[in-house]
Design a protein. Structure first.
Length: 293
């Protein structure tokens, strides 16, 4: 992959309705929110913003509508430097309901979108025709990943949202780069690093415990940055976007994951799903970690 190659994010765009509550409600219980906000979100869009802030040539290739909320959603991506010309506007902007408790933890109820296999294939064809680059799919589109293989296209998937072990196993075999949370990989899916393909680089994230990487060149691990968590919404998207930006810039996978881990930690110190830090903040935090190591 040529350094500076585009990173195209094919995944969810959401309008997030975020309620901040002292604690999550029990069944049949009412809890008063301290704040309710409407914010732009969605795995693919959030990751695209993080990649753009990290310096990548990021594009968003999701599906939204032709209405005013969709206009505003895409305008916010444009303001972040994300290329929205890849976006299909024949669908609708889906909604996610997000509850964030007093400890910064989140629960999400999301609406499905209109992004199907035909759209993924068109995006893959377009990227290959443009000379190649990185194609990201979120876990809800993991089943489409093997069919998205094209010359010059580097396949990446975030398995968050994938609940089918067979689909996840096929994605691990087909993708060049996979990011997944440990609880999902080993608990929900019942898989391990041994299930990755021989050319696949797998990064397993584990919140405050950091991350582990297994790839063709060996294994590595890195810590998370100790922070006071305000809101962990979008931290995984921040990790993925920053990681893929690093890979597109020519960083080795371990260096890209190291920067991504610090960026994701820093994103938890701010509210919202698009709290990815600027590159100089990540570099400063890495320097501080090196001095205290």
């Amino acid at each position: 992959m040529t350094p500076g190659a585009p990173v195209v994010f094919c995944g969810y765009a959401n309008l997030d309705v975020v309620g901040r509550v002292p604690r999550f409600p029990a069944p049949d219980e009412r809890v008063h929110a301290t704040a309710i906000d409407q914010l732009p979100g969605g795995m693919g869009a959030n990751a695209a913003v993080a990649a753009a802030r990290a310096g990548a040539r990021a594009a968003f290739a999701g599906v939204v509508g032709s209405d005013l909320p969709s206009d505003l959603f895409l305008a916010q991506l444009d303001d972040e430097g994300v290329d929205t010309a890849w976006t299909d506007r024949s669908g609708y902007l889906s909604t996610a309901i997000v509850l964030v408790d007093g400890d910064g933890r989140r629960s999400v109820v999301s609406q499905d979108d209109a992004l199907g296999a035909a759209h993924v294939a068109r995006v893959a064809d377009r990227l290959a025709g443009a000379g190649g680059g990185v194609l990201y799919l979120d876990g809800y589109r993991a089943a489409q990943l093997p069919a998205a293989a094209r010359p010059g296209v580097v396949l990446a998937v975030d398995l968050d949202g994938c609940e089918d072990t067979g689909v996840a196993r096929a994605a691990l075999a087909a993708a060049d780069h996979v990011v997944v949370g440990r609880t999902r990989l080993t608990g929900l899916l019942g898989l391990s690093a041994a299930d990755r393909g021989p050319r696949t680089t797998l990064v397993v994230t584990d919140g405050a415990a950091g991350w582990e990487l297994a790839g063709p060149d060996g294994a590595a691990s890195g810590p998370a940055l100790p922070v006071d968590v305000v809101d962990d919404t979008g931290a995984g998207d921040c990790f993925v976007g920053t990681h893929l930006a690093g890979l597109a810039a020519g960083l080795p996978p371990v260096a890209a994951a190291t920067r991504a881990g610090v960026a994701a930690s820093l994103s938890c110190t701010r509210e919202g799903a698009r709290a990815a830090p600027a590159p100089d903040q990540v570099t400063a935090a890495l320097d501080q970690l090196a001095r205290t190591a």
